[in-house]
Design a protein around this ligand. Structure first.
Ligand SMILES: Cc1ncc(C[n+]2csc(CCOP(=O)(O)OP(=O)(O)O)c2C)c(N)n1
Length: 627
């Protein structure tokens, strides 16, 4: 049946039994396909019936379906004619893992970062009304995404505007890990407290029986309803915010879902439809461990065994281990995550030092200021966060932490190109956005051994905020020192002393610099290779020496060229009066980089040893004279 569905119109022709069969086929398709491509399995298995019901009841694309985070939009993609491209999911030039407007008219809003859907929904409702159009706007937001500050800001506005729009709260009690927070506890109560639901029904039917004999009785009935609401009616928090609360509804019961969606459609003003789903529904391994199956690479579909990539330890695992060690040595160390205890590697620290670990939910803004505040009291907080999500906490980084020069350590994971998650998740902006803030120190290691020393350095640094950024994936497989030591702040390392051209590489570009140099050895050229270690403060002494000695300089970074590490080198030399030093910068051009493997992404932008070698040759004195 699935193969015959290419659009929501075809879906609408199916009867209820056929829809149930379709749901089963979609689950089988997801499990077998994602076993090969990888992707966000558990979130999508949880929304199969929900997505079918949405497309059945609403008319996409006239009605606007907005997916928060967008990692759960695979079923929507399947139902809107993209099933035959699923073998290319998250691959170079293939189907994007998140909603993408250029892929389909049914994708009306692009996402990747969480908690934006409600702002998008109210924006579309406002535009619709101003343009005097008629359509429904529906945002699907998870209970995890609802912990994000933006979602609360939008709810506040939605309640104020009172426009027609529908918020579908997909409540599976999970963020990536177990969800946290007071709102989570509130939703748990709604979900489980049957007496609320029964009482609500009884009050409503009682009120319906009161005859509408004049205004007084009606007003009294309303007052009774209002006061009972506080005691009895579920969803009172949302109702008080100005949204009509419907639910909770079993998110795997298609007819209940459709009935409630139709009701929501008819209701004036904003509605919150509370839908209870099971993350990983229908696939045992994902139901049992939805954290692992939230987003993953390849696995064996029959057993659910995850296929582990061979290789050296990942940077995240080195962070995890080092944090446990440093936490033992210094009781002032406190660790903070914004809903990513597993992804950032902080789980081990949390288990060992539960009192010094805080998962604040998807709340990077709060996490950043929280870290600053804890630091202001003499403790040593680390906020472990992916580069891309630190973007959310930017004003807090600048205004709260850097301006007050507080000793916060930022462990900036997934810095640089991230591969399959693509545009929304690239960690290529942090050098530029952190570098221009006064008081900030930024380092990046060339390998996992240097990484552990940098973490040690960060916790021993007491002159203000310090960030250590490190890439996604495995280290270089180098031996790990037993004893940790401090790395001098602002000092780079000359790995190879050569002549004429200096390649200055930042962090994970050092191995590429060495490969480039190895290619050139065969050509009889030996450039100097420098491991920069710091993007701020720069090793000015070394830069000025190179400039004085007439070197040409090539900088290498897995970060945006605009305002990045290379920019810093150029600015520094120019400000010191070295106007004639040739500086060429290699890095990420001024564009958003789509999904694919990191190797493909690097090749696309010419961030390779071959291109580097050619650049060195073009700058070598004999070549330059010839040119
Ligand atoms: C700003 C931001 N921080 C962190 C993430 C990483 N992230 C992706 S999905 C997710 C959990 C979302 O939970 P929920 O909304 O409940 O959806 P579910 O996966 O449970 O369906 C997190 C933390 C993100 N996408 N955006």
């Amino acid at each position: 049946m699935l193969a015959s569905i290419h659009s929501p119109e075809q879906l609408k022709k199916l009867n209820s039994q056929q829809l149930v069969q379709l749901a089963g086929e979609i689950r089988e398709f997801l499990v077998s396909n994602l076993a090969v491509t990888g992707g966000h399995l558990a979130p999508n298995l949880g929304v199969v019936e929900l997505t079918i019901a949405l497309h059945y009841v609403f008319n996409s694309p006239q009605d606007k379906l907005i997916w928060d985070v967008g990692h759960q939009a695979y079923v929507h993609k399947i139902l809107t004619g993209r099933m035959d491209r699923f073998d290319t999911l998250r691959k170079y030039k293939g189907l994007c893992g998140f909603p993408k407007c250029s892929e389909s008219v049914h994708d009306v809003w692009e996402t990747g970062h969480s908690s934006t859907s409600l702002s998008a929904a109210i924006g579309m409702a406002i535009a619709r009304d101003l343009k005097k159009e008629k359509n429904h706007v529906v945002a699907v937001i998870g209970d995890g995404a609802l912990t994000g500050g933006m979602a609360f800001e939008a709810l506040n506005h939605i309640g104020h505007e009172k426009k027609d729009l529908i918020v579908v709260l997909n409540d599976n009690e999970m963020s990536i890990a177990e969800n946290v927070g007071a709102m989570h506890n509130y939703l748990s109560n709604l979900r489980t407290n049957g007496s609320y639901i029964q009482a609500k029904k009884e009050v409503e039917s009682l009120l319906k029986k009161i005859p509408a004999v004049g205004g007084t009785m009606a007003r009294l009935a309303e007052r009774v309803k209002d006061s009972l609401k506080y005691l009895l009616v579920s969803g009172v928090l949302f109702e008080e915010l100005g949204l009509t609360y419907l639910g909770p509804v079993d998110g795997h019961n298609m007819s209940d879902l459709m009935e409630n969606m139709k009701r929501a459609k008819k209701t004036k003003g904003p509605v919150l439809l509370h839908v209870i789903t099971k993350k990983g529904k229908g696939y045992g391994p994902a139901e049992a461990d939805s954290d692992t199956f939230h987003g993953l690479g390849q696995y064996k579909a029959d057993s659910g065994e995850v296929i582990k990539a061979e290789g050296p330890p990942s940077y995240t695992s080195v962070f995890s281990r080092t944090m446990v060690q440093l936490g033992n040595e210094d009781e002032r160390i406190v660790a903070i995550t914004a809903a990513m205890p597993g992804g950032t590697g902080l789980k081990a620290f949390a288990e060992k030092y539960p009192d010094r670990f805080f998962d604040v939910g998807i709340a990077e803004q709060h996490a950043t200021t929280l870290a600053g505040s804890i630091a202001s009291q003499g403790l040593k907080p680390v906020f472990a966060v992916y580069s891309t999500f630190l973007q959310r906490g930017y004003d807090q980084l600048l205004h709260d932490v850097c301006r007050q020069n507080l000793n916060v350590v930022f462990a900036v994971d997934r810095a640089g190109l991230v591969g399959a998650d693509g545009e929304t998740h690239q960690g290529v902006f942090d050098i530029a956005f952190m570098r221009m803030i006064p008081n900030m120190t930024i380092m990046m290691p060339k390998d996992e051994n240097e990484f552990q020393h940098m973490l040690y350095t960060a916790f021993h640094y007491d002159q203000g905020p310090i960030a250590v950024r490190y890439p996604r994936g495995n280290g270089e497989g180098v031996p790990m020192d037993e004893e940790l030591h401090e790395i001098p702040i602002g000092k780079s390392e000359i790995i190879h002393q050569g002549e004429n051209v200096a390649i200055i590489a930042f962090g994970n570009m050092v191995p590429t610099a060495l490969q480039g140099a190895a290619i050139l050895k065969g050509e009889g050229m030996q450039p100097t290779v420098v491991n920069a270690r710091f993007a701020k403060p720069l090793d000015e002494e070394l830069l000025f020496t190179l400039a004085r000695e007439g070197y040409s300089i090539i900088t290498l970074e897995e970060g945006c060229l605009t305002g990045g590490f290379g920019s810093a080198v150029m600015e520094t030399l120019s400000q010191a009066g070295f106007y004639h030093t040739v500086v060429e910068c290699m890095g990420v051009p001024d564009q958003f980089i789509e999904h694919g493997s990191v190797t493909e992404q690097r090749e696309e932008m010419g961030l390779t040893a071959d291109v580097l070698a050619k650049k060195v040759i073009s700058l070598w004195p004999a070549q330059r004279q010839r040119a």
